[in-house]
Design a protein around this ligand. Structure first.
Ligand code: NAP
Length: 321
């Protein structure tokens, strides 16, 4: 089969389009023929070596396709079923083996592209606004990179919860996307200081929760935007990892700090099925709108990474096997 392979971690050039052997499902596993592949920032970290994985590796943590073959003991799925997954490795390929426990059925009214685009970022928006900090009406959230993949969905889920959303973006075009997603206040953090603006917009009280996926360049100021006993949910590091910091800094406002991962919120089968079902049903009913930035042929995965890392995307990037 054709697949992307990283033999040595590094820049975009580390992504080779190669011919490798089609994998075989073992007990409890399923072979999926991929129809659409989701690109996520975590793939960049696997390629660059920031997150270490054994080499050679095929990047990709998300996809949607058709069950081609099942391993021993798999009862829940059969050949021909339409399935999707997130947080399972090796999806930049024509075929991938996935543990049956990580697969979810795709509802009839959801196509493959939508399924591949919704799984990882959709369930992330779901857990952040519903479980990490269960937002309520009357509360305020600050969402960074609000025109991004997770950001654009998180704004919408936070609005569904009845919260006020302050969004940050880096361009006018992205501000429009954040506005369409439902953000109440939008700060262009290239033009103004987001900490000062957030405090001004909240009468200097701060927000109940900051959802920070940007990391290095935003962390310090994000901390100062949190209200008394509020939460900073640092869930990513698009600008680079946050340096070591002194926890006594949390004492000023009794701030809570968490560094969650989707893996912690879909580890139990029931929880995975619940989150995926809700995300798909919101999409089906039009409550949640996905924005697919573009779809690129699998062989050009390097271009997808270049676009994502250079802040050129607004919404979801997909690869077509
Ligand atoms: N913990 C979890 O469960 C989880 C799950 C999914 C994703 N994540 C993390 O969340 C982050 C966002 O993921 P995503 O796939 O939705 O990406 P994304 O937000 O679509 O893309 C990254 C965005 O971050 C902003 N950014 C700010 N500084 C940047 C820099 N120096 N380089 C690149 N981008 C920068 C850009 O928006 P502006 O131009 O508007 O600033 C950019 O478009 C990633 O760190 C990812 O690993 C975590």
């Amino acid at each position: 089969m054709r697949a992307i392979q990283v033999k040595r971690t590094g820049g975009h050039e580390a992504l080779d389009y190669v011919e490798i052997e089609k994998p075989k499902p073992k007990s409890g596993e399923v072979l999926v023929r991929l129809e659409s592949i989701g690109v996520n920032f975590v793939d960049v970290y696997h390629r660059s070596g920031l997150y270490k994985l054994p080499l050679p590796l095929t990047p990709g943590s998300e996809g949607a396709g058709v069950v081609e073959e099942i391993g021993d003991g798999v009862r829940e799925f059969k050949k021909g079923d339409r399935v999707a997954f997130a947080m399972s490795p090796g999806s930049y390929a024509e075929y991938v083996v996935v543990a049956a426990a990580k697969l979810v059925p795709i509802p009839d009214d959801v196509d493959f592209k939508t399924a591949a685009a919704a799984m990882l970022q959709g369930m992330t928006a779901h857990y952040l606004a519903i479980s990490t900090y269960p937002l309520k009406g009357g509360e305020t959230a600050l969402v960074h990179a609000a025109a991004g993949g997770v950001g654009g969905l998180l704004v919408q889920v936070a609005k569904m919860r009845g919260a006020r959303v302050i969004a940050t973006v880096s361009t006018k075009e992205k501000a429009k996307i954040a506005q369409e997603a439902g953000a109440d206040d939008i700060i262009n953090y290239k033009e103004s200081d987001f900490e000062a603006e957030t405090l001004r917009l909240t009468d200097h009280k701060g927000v109940n929760v900051v959802y920070d996926s940007v990391g290095q360049t935003t962390f310090d100021k994000s901390l100062n935007c949190v209200t008394r006993r509020g939460l900073l949910a640092l869930f990513g590091q698009s600008s680079g990892p946050v340096p070591t910091f002194d926890p006594s800094r949390l004492a000023k406002n009794g701030t809570y700090l968490t560094r969650p991962s989707l893996a912690h919120y879909i580890a139990e089968r029931e929880e995975l099925l619940w989150r995926a079902r809700e995300v798909f049903s919101w999409i089906g009913s039009g409550k949640l709108r996905l924005r697919i930035d573009r779809e690129i042929p699998l062989r050009d995965a390097a271009e997808a990474h270049r676009l994502l890392e250079s802040r050129k995307t607004m919404g979801k990037l997909l690869l077509r096997p």
